[in-house]
Write a protein that binds this ligand. Sequence first.
Ligand code: EPU
Length: 425
Amino acid sequence: MSTILSTYSDYLVIHGGRPLVGEIYISGAKNASLPILFATILTEEDCLITNVPDLLDVRNTIKLLTQLGANIEFFGDKVFVKPSIKSFTTNQEIIRSMRASVLSMGPLLGRFQKAVVGLPGGCSIGARPIDQHLKFFKTAGAQIRIKEGYIFATIKKKKGVYFKFDLITVTGTENALLYLSSVPEESILENIALEPEVMDLIEVLKKMGAQITVQGRKVYIKGTEKLQGFSHSIIPDRIEAGTFIVAGILTNGEVILRKVNKTHLRAIIEKVKEIGGEIVDENGESLKVFRKENIKPCYIETEVYPGFPTDMQAQFMALLSLAKGKSIIKEKIFENRFQHAQELNRLGANITVRGNTAFVEGVEKLYGAEVYSTDLRASASLVLAGLVAEGTTVVRDIYHLDRGYEHLEEKLKKLGAEIERKTST
Ligand code: EPU
């Protein structure tokens, strides 16, 4: 947490206590948009990506691609890419501001057999190593040298690869798929991530000409040197949807979410029902969310998809801090993803963290206070808590939120929240 940064950044002022009522449209998924934007490096043909959310991470990715030579127009939710990429060296500054830019490595190696990519650092939720990405590229024949904060990678001859990940990694799987789509021989990856965002990327790589078959946690892939342009609509953001589901339940309101994918939300929906929320399928792509009874405590363990997502852990912690009884949340994906707990405690929650487990003793009420965001989903949990806290909550360092939630205040206002963005002078 940086107090100096917070002095200069935007902050949110929330007057809590209003039930959220109404309907909102869920945006396209951030974590699907990023790898799909990087996939455009692989082709010389035009690409059209729709349902792209206007987020800081998306804009940074576009900046990075533009610096590599792509011609990009972004208007509304549409991104047109004319990929005239000539360079294989990414900008260190952007890489440091956005970890996902390591996803440039696979497509750059696929296209140029060379890549110079800034080494991403750790972040507030954990060390976040990329050893699995590098191990994969080495297995694929890459010579890798790390010097002065950059990864220099070269692949002399592309060949089919057999690789089994030691652990399940989302961007690691995506990086490998992006590279292998350009390799004309058959490859096999085992122990892959099956997150819907990975599947959306696979849809795009297939449209580009790669042959890909997923069997359980194994994928067979045969790429081609000449990948085509594509047109694709990004899947709905399941984490944004999950955040609004929690907002509806927490504030005891009634929220209709439009343009969602119910299948992607299964683990979240099950948990919401377990703790006393109701979710009704309106017409396949819409869900109505409301509270059926008082919030009940529960046990949550974060897992890879289709398990309960780590990206919803913080929001559920805010919700469970008002449950009648004691909940336990075990974070199994990242080692340091509980920084929101102490901030929620400033709002009156009663949360104790021991190692990777948080014990949440439900309280009657939360009270407004000044709190600091530490990462994207932590920020969301503080906003949610602010929506039900008595009095005024100020959430600082919200640049984290802007990385991953499109028009959050506008959407919340539309549902009746009293929330305002202000800028420190
Ligand atoms: N890991 C390694 N070595 C590796 C790669 C990962 O040890 O080479 C570890 C990580 O440190 C972590 C675990 O494996 O403990 C899982 O990390 P993973 O690689 O799956 O995470 P990621 O690909 O860096 C993506 C999302 C995250 C989301 C995680 C888990 C993107 C751009 N980011 O990160 O999203 O939390 O998967 O589902 O897709 C967010 O949107 O707020 C966010 C952090």
